[in-house]
Design a protein around this ligand. Structure first.
Ligand code: G3P
Ligand code: CA
Ligand code: CA
Ligand code: CA
Length: 311
């Protein structure tokens, strides 16, 4: 090899080394793009923000869009789920993600298992038109919950104003149950025959209303249910007379055993009525769809989603 060829070769190596070095320097100084993990974190960063849609990140770095309530009681509430009944006549059929999409089946006692798994579904913009569950449901460590009942099909900007009820807890109850519902339901499985009514129900927390009040509950749940609950609470995992498991009783603490008319979500098997109570809104139509007779809920509550927020 001639001298000039050697010089070219050496220069090439020096240049390559410099490029390598400068790239690694760049990487050293390079900060990854990061998004907050919750609306609470985001609000702390900015001090003050309007309600609306924001991008959050899960711990793996996957981002997702959700709604932040940045104003109620100091704000910082992350929407993590909505429970929507798409077809009250469909009994544990397509769309019954918070109970079972696998028919009323004793051999699938936990149904789809959505309360205690990491499967996510839906989008925030369709949260009043379908079920919604994002990574915040199982990843955020929260102290309190807020719940909104919002009529179906409303757009994001209408949710708050047109909601039927809005309330929150303020006793940090989630601290005792692993900081979120995923962990709470691991401890209190929503599974047929995992317990019996009244004796094995999960926890209840008192609530504070932000819109509406406990006095209007009888307008929404069926008249026969008034002896079945104590108002002013949110309750988790309640069993009925036949040991079917219901997941969430919004606005109430069950004191009776016909909880299928005041609680939503559940496992995959509801013995009473040959499967008529199997679905996201369980037995809300026991005495007719939206009739508000006997055990039936009103049309307004049957056609509203239940949105779950963490803070
Ligand atoms: O959950 C209500 C059911 O157990 C009794 O229904 O129709 O006999 O009053 P019914
Ligand atoms: Ca259904
Ligand atoms: Ca549903
Ligand atoms: Ca019953």
């Amino acid at each position: 090899m001639e001298m000039t060829q050697w010089t070219v070769l050496v220069n090439f190596f020096v240049l390559s080394l410099e490029i390598l070095q400068s790239t690694s320097n760049k990487l050293d100084n390079c900060k990854p793009v990061s998004y907050p993990k919750s609306c609470k974190e985001l609000l702390h960063l900015y001090g003050c923000l309007p309600d609306g849609l924001y991008i959050l990140s899960s711990s793996s770095g996957a981002t997702y869009l959700t709604f932040c309530d940045m104003t109620t009681n100091g704000g910082g509430w992350t929407l993590v789920a909505s429970i929507h009944e798409n077809n009250m006549y469909g009994k544990c059929t397509v769309g019954d993600r918070w109970s079972s999409q696998q028919e009323n089946n004793q051999n699938v006692p936990e149904g789809d298992g959505s309360w205690s798994n990491k499967v996510t579904f839906g989008t925030v913009e369709a949260a009043t038109s379908d079920d919604f569950k994002n990574p915040g449901y199982y990843e955020i460590t929260a102290q309190d919950m807020s719940v909104w009942h919002v009529p179906n099909e409303l757009s994001v900007d209408q949710w708050k104003e047109k909601s039927i009820f809005r309330y929150h807890t303020e006793n940090n109850f989630l601290n005792q149950y692993g900081g979120n519902l995923y962990n709470l339901y691991k401890a209190y499985p929503v599974r047929y025959k995992a317990g019996a009514c009244k004796t094995n129900n999960g926890p209840s927390s008192p609530i504070v209303y932000d819109h509406g009040n406990a006095g209007s509950l009888p307008k929404f749940y069926g008249p026969s249910t008034t002896i079945e609950y104590e108002p002013g609470y949110i309750s988790f995992r309640a069993f009925n007379n036949e040991q079917a498991a219901l997941a969430l009783c919004s606005g109430v603490k069950p004191v009776g055993c016909n909880v299928e008319h005041i609680c939503i979500g559940g496992g995959g098997f509801f013995p009473e009525g040959g499967g008529r109570q199997c679905g996201d809104f369980a037995g809300f139509d026991w005495d007719g769809y939206g009739t508000h007779n006997g055990w039936s809920a009103s049309k307004e509550i049957t056609e509203s989603v239940v949105m779950l927020f963490y803070r």
